[in-house]
Ligand binder design. Sequence first.
Ligand SMILES: *Cc1c(COP(=O)(O)O)cnc(C)c1O
Length: 964
Amino acid sequence: MNAIAEFDSLSGREEFRARHIAPSAAEQAAMLAALGLPDRETLIARTVPDAIRLTRRMAIPPARSEAEVLAELAALAAENRSDIKSLIGLGYHGTHVPPVILRNVLENPGWYTAYTPYQAEIAQGRLEALLNFQTMVTELTGMEIANASLLDEGTAAAEAMALALHVQKGGSRLLLAAADCHPQTLAVVETRARPLGITVERVAFADLAASCARKPFGVLVQTPSTTGELRDLAGVIAAAKGAGALAIVAADLLSLALIRPPGEMGADVVVGSAQRFGVPFGYGGPHAAFFATRDAFKRQMPGRLVGVSVDAAGRPALRLALQTREQHIRREKATSNICTAQVLLAVMAGMYAVWHGADGLQRIARRCNLAARIFAAAARDAGFTPRHGAFFDTVTLDCGDRAEALMAAALARGFNLRRVNATDVGVAMDETVTRADLERLTDALGEAAGRSVTLPETADPSIPEGLLRTSRFLRQAVFNSHHAEHEMLRYLKRLEDKDVALNRSMIPLGSCTMKLNATAEMIPITNPGFANIHPFAPAEQARGYRTLITRLEQWLCAVTGFAAVSLQPNAGSAGEYAGLLAIRGFHESRGEGHRDVCLIPTSAHGTNPASAVMAGFRVVAVACDRDGNVDLADLRAKAEANASRLAALMVTYPSTHGVFEEAIAEICAIVHAHGGQVYMDGANMNAQVGLTSPAAIGADVCHLNLHKTFCIPHGGGGPGVGPIGVAAHLAPFLPNHPLVPEAGPASGPGPVASAPWGSAGILPIPYAYIAMMGEEGLREASEVAILNANYIAHRLAPHYPILYRGAHGFVAHECIIDCRGFQASAGVMVEDIAKRLQDYGFHAPTMSWPVAGTLMIEPTESESKAELDRFCDAMIAIRAEIRAIEERRWPIGDNPIKNAPHTAEDVTAEVWTHPYSRQVAVMPLPFVAAAKYWPPVKRVDNVYGDRNLVCTCEPMESYAQAAE
Ligand SMILES: *Cc1c(COP(=O)(O)O)cnc(C)c1O
């Protein structure tokens, strides 16, 4: 080898892959030996059916090193013009991320690698942070109850429409929407309305009240309007209610620090975005949307809701409330398909309010308002007429024939303004605007007007007296205690330490793929070149993003085998919905719009039936056989019975039971033969990448959860990205966007998210992952994920029944263990095992899904053999504990499993009355002591919390009373 070749061979390009895929060659050999297999290829050959194995390599470049990919992403970021300040508005505003939040939340794996807080005892930190968010939203909006975030403002408005449709007394299918709502919000609502047979009529705000005579089920208004106008909404709200409709208000959260909140004007639902509370633009997302309503509608409210309850010792403890509303349980009767939301961003926004408090928020709001008033005064001096006398932070100018001149003069000085139409230009002020900015903007006005204008020293008030907020808000202790940075830093640390995230131990959640979120993948997202780009910035200012998006789409086409990909859906559920809309559009284009039956196996994830209903389909369930496979006879019968109306089958592959079904090609063929399309739920792609593909199995469309397979962290329940891939015949029906034509085909169904590329700000994560793994690395990851799962199945099989296996006795990338027998033998439920794992420092596997009474374990390729062994040791030790109960060495009602988890307070109490030792309680195995995790609360009582629903922090008054 010559010196240069040798030098290249030492580049470390394989190093990332070897760190992401944790088991070393020796560890893999040991696991294969335990399985009695000569090599990995033999395992794969016996796991993935031959008929669907890929014979060709994916068109993905070879691996590059962390340093190379970081440099490439930095170069792409530099092609995005973050030096230009976007004052475009449209629901997206510049903001200063408080550095203490940036570093200790957004850039902190203790927060970003956590899972959705279903296991409440080990999630008290993020549950408290979400309770803060909910409290902040109820306080600012003046509403009674708020959820823990939705995907974005547009989908939140669409969810409000769905709620209004659902709770109305009459049978109306008419929604009236003020024509001056944000255009993308209207478009998302219209997309959602169409398959449900709802008519959305855009009406001028002034005519809305009178139009209520037409008996709509809901009325949607925006405050301030998209062009910035502030109005008293009381009249419209009263008219809506008089007509039996729900009044839905999309509101700017910051404005509510100064303006009388919609709740005080009688609104039924208030939605909006919490983006400007310290969450960067990210070229459109991710940001937390909020949804607040009246107590009367709490059971119809979409999304997750955090509530206060008590633990087994009667101490206050938090957990997700009213979970029976969610799609996991309600399925096709669910009010919404939302699953993954925007937890990490909601945590940030809530902490922004904790950091600033009411006074700080009011200061920021007043400053934005004053900037707008100064600008309006300067504009008048220049001869431009503001369209509205009453405004908060957004001023729209009638520029006559000088609109282009003003846009150009502003751009020359480093600002993007909003070109509202031929004559009008809008400016939205935010907290980042400086005095120097105001001077430059004044200059721009002068240049466009052709006269000299100076920064005015007086500015008229712009908020009418009657619209000023008089009620106080955020008086709860949490918003008044952490204004010193040390207090804030320690508060964030305290909450973080209450939780189990991936930086502590493996989170073996079946179907959720909690794999490594490498630091190198995370670093680019806070680069200003990615973080600070407005979603509606001119295309030439976002070249880096456009290149990244195009390449990522190509790579995901290579992964799925499909012709086209849309990155717009911002969660798996949104991808399902978009994919079904594509199928709908396809049938309609062929004059077969009557096809409306969607077959869904009973084992499907709850989002599947919920999405199908949202897409206007009727759900017909298909049975599964004893082995967990789709019952072919039943499928055939249902397909035949519905042949003339068959629209689609939704199928998860490998199945939700963790097996590569041999009959998958036949399943797809049956559906096609009856005129249907096949939707593949791609949540289990981690078992497929490089080995088989949705196209190879015969599907027509699938979504990918980039927050599962492609390393976007779960963030405690979001953000996610759920792109869909489609075969060529469905490409014309991918989502598009009213403001950005390049985001999708003109023939598409409209947008399914507010931003053209959804949560673009986190796309550098899957980009970096794919680039650093390369084609071979991705394939190897799938193989090792399967190896790790089979090793766990092998170790646990002598202790727990393994529920399903493939034709040759192997599982795919996850395995299900059956815990149902322990109820009769020891009074132990699967939940008890989940809670006991907390004492061992582990997050439980997926519980009771897809089969009640079971645990579904998915280790991923990122866990080393040592960690797999620790987890298996814990599970095996728990089995021994169950045996002690079975043999009545411990009573059924008082044993370490039933009493789990144990807190430090429990075991340090003066008295200890249990028939097992304190050591058994909290240090059951030697490895536990080495890094003991202490659950902060005992078992949380779900029923108590739902009976006594409290979903906000306690008000100041109750703290004061307690102190008295
Ligand atoms: C996670 C998951 C979904 C939903 O994805 P979200 O991103 O949470 O909306 C759908 N189906 C399956 C099988 C899943 O595991």
